[in-house]
Write a protein that binds this ligand. Structure first.
Ligand SMILES: NC(=O)c1ccc[n+]([C@@H]2O[C@H](COP(=O)([O-])OP(=O)(O)OC[C@H]3O[C@@H](n4cnc5c(N)ncnc54)[C@H](O)[C@@H]3O)[C@@H](O)[C@H]2O)c1
Length: 367
C-alpha cells in the first residue's frame, strides 16, 4: 500500500492507496480517534457493489453502521440531500465522535463532506473515492459543498477528512467515459507541477486506461502527492492552490453554457486546458510545442480537445461571473512550460477570442 500525507498540522491525514484494500479499512480505522457509530453515504449502485460488504466488515470490527443512500447524479448535489443525511444522523443520535464515510464519486464526496462539516459543527469523515476523478482530485483537499439553483458549488466549506482510502480495484466497474474524464485531471497535474509525470502519462496512457497495476498506482499516487503538496501549502486558496484551476476557467464556462449536462467535469477541463495552452502560446508565455503536446495527449486519451460552438460574448460574460474573478479581473492559469504554470490576469479580449477560435477550428479538423 502507498501512503501520501496531507500536512496540515492538527488536521493532517493520510491518503492510503492500494489494490483490493476496501475490506482492510475496518481494521485500519481502529487507529483513528473516532467513535463506534458511523454512516456510509453512497448511492444505490455503489452500495450494492461495495457498500454492503464494507458495512459488514465494519460491523465485524464492532462498528455500528447506518447506510444512507442518495440518488446518483449532480442534480442531487443539493441542500436537500444534505438535509436527508442530517435527518438520519439526528434520528440515530449521532454524536461528535460519530463518523461519516463518503463512498462514491465526487458528487457523494462533496455532499457527505459538507454534511460532516456542518452536523454538530463538524464530525470526522473518511473519503472512499470510487471514480478516478474523485481518487485523484475531489477526495483530497477538503473542499466540500453543494450546488444552488443559481450556480454550481456555491454553498460549501473547507473541511478536511481524517482519512482518504483509495482502492484501485473499484475502478474496474467505473464506466469507460468516467475513467477517461478523470484522466483530464491527471494530465493537469503533469502540466502544473511535474514534466516527468507528463512524460509518464504520454508513454503509459494505454496502460493506465487498461488499469494495469503499476501504471495505475503510480498515476494515482503521483496525482495525490501533487495535490497534497499544493493543499498543504495553501489550504484555503489564497495563492498557490489556484494552480489547480488550470483548465478550469474555460472548462467551467463550457459546463455552464451546456448546463452541466453535455460534458463530464474532466472532459470540460481538458477542453479548457487545450484552450489555455493555446492562449499561452499566442502570448508567447510558452512555446507552441507545449500546447501541441497537451492537445495531443488529451486526444490520445480520448478526451475531446475542441470547444463546442459557443457564442464568444456569452462565453466572455460567463467568464466574468466565475468564482475565481477578483476585482472584476478574469484570472487564467497558463502554462509557462510543462511542469510550471502562472496565474495571468487581464488577457486582452481579442487574444482570448483568437485562442477560442483556434479551438473551434480544430473541432472541424476533428471531424
Ligand atoms: N471537492 C473538490 O475538490 C472537487 C474537485 C473536482 C470535482 N468535484 C466535484 O466532483 C463531482 C464530479 O465527480 P465525479 O466525476 O466522480 O462524478 P460522480 O460522482 O457523479 O460519479 C460519476 C458516475 O460514476 C459512478 N461511479 C463512481 N464510481 C464508480 C465505480 N467504481 N463503479 C461504477 N460506477 C461508479 C457514479 O455512480 C456516477 O454515476 C462534481 O460535482 C464536481 O463539482 C469536487
Amino acid at each position: 500500500m502507498r501512503k501520501v500525507r496531507v500536512d496540515l498540522g492538527q488536521r493532517s491525514y493520510d491518503i492510503c492507496i492500494g489494490h483490493n484494500i476496501l475490506a482492510g479499512l475496518a481494521k485500519h480505522i481502529n487507529s483513528l480517534s473516532i467513535g463506534k457509530k458511523g454512516a456510509i453515504v453512497t448511492n444505490p449502485l455503489l452500495n450494492k457493489l461495495y457498500g454492503d460488504s464494507l458495512s459488514r466488515h465494519l460491523s465485524d470490527e464492532g462498528y455500528v453502521i447506518t447506510t444512507i443512500e442518495l440518488p446518483a447524479g449532480e442534480r442531487y448535489k443539493t441542500l436537500k440531500s444534505v438535509s436527508k443525511i442530517y435527518d438520519v444522523l439526528i434520528e440515530k443520535k449521532f454524536e461528535r465522535n460519530s463518523f461519516i464515510i463518503a463512498l462514491g464519486g465526487g458528487v457523494i464526496g462533496d455532499i457527505a463532506g459538507f454534511a460532516a462539516a456542518t452536523y454538530l459543527r463538524g464530525v470526522p469523515y473518511i473519503q472512499i473515492p470510487t471514480s478516478l476523478l474523485a481518487q485523484v482530485d475531489s477526495s483530497v483537499g477538503g473542499k466540500t459543498g453543494v450546488d444552488h439553483a443559481l450556480g454550481k458549488n456555491l454553498i460549501g466549506a473547507f473541511y478536511q477528512p481524517v482519512l482518504v482510502w483509495i482502492d484501485l480495484d473499484v475502478l474496474k466497474t467505473l464506466p469507460p467515459r468516467e475513467l477517461i474524464a478523470g484522466m483530464g485531471e491527471v494530465v493537469k497535474y503533469g502540466v502544473i507541477a511535474d514534466e516527468q509525470f507528463f512524460k509518464f502519462i504520454e508513454e503509459h496512457y494505454e496502460n493506465i486506461l487498461s488499469l494495469e497495476r503499476e501504471a495505475l498506482i503510480h498515476t494515482i499516487a503521483r496525482s495525490c502527492e501533487i495535490k497534497a503538496m499544493v493543499v498543504s501549502s495553501d489550504e484555503r486558496e489564497k495563492g498557490l492552490r489556484a494552480i489547480l484551476n488550470f483548465g478550469h476557467t474555460i472548462g467551467h464556462a463550457i459546463e455552464t453554457i451546456t448546463c452541466y449536462k453535455k460534458y463530464r467535469h474532466g472532459e470540460a477541463v481538458a477542453m479548457g486546458m487545450v484552450c489555455a495552452a493555446r492562449l499561452a502560446s499566442i502570448i508567447h508565455l510558452c512555446s507552441e510545442d507545449v500546447s501541441v503536446r497537451i492537445e495531443r495527449l488529451c486526444r490520445l486519451i480520448g478526451l475531446k480537445t475542441s470547444l463546442p460552438d459557443v457564442n464568444f460574448p456569452v462565453l466572455r460574460d460567463i467568464l466574468q461571473r466565475d468564482k475565481k474573478v477578483i476585482n472584476e479581473k478574469v484570472r487564467f492559469v497558463l502554462p509557462v512550460r510543462l511542469g510550471e504554470v502562472k496565474v495571468v490576469e487581464d488577457i486582452d479580449n481579442n487574444v482570448l477570442q483568437e485562442a477560442i477560435q483556434l479551438c473551434y477550428a480544430s473541432d472541424k479538423s476533428d471531424k
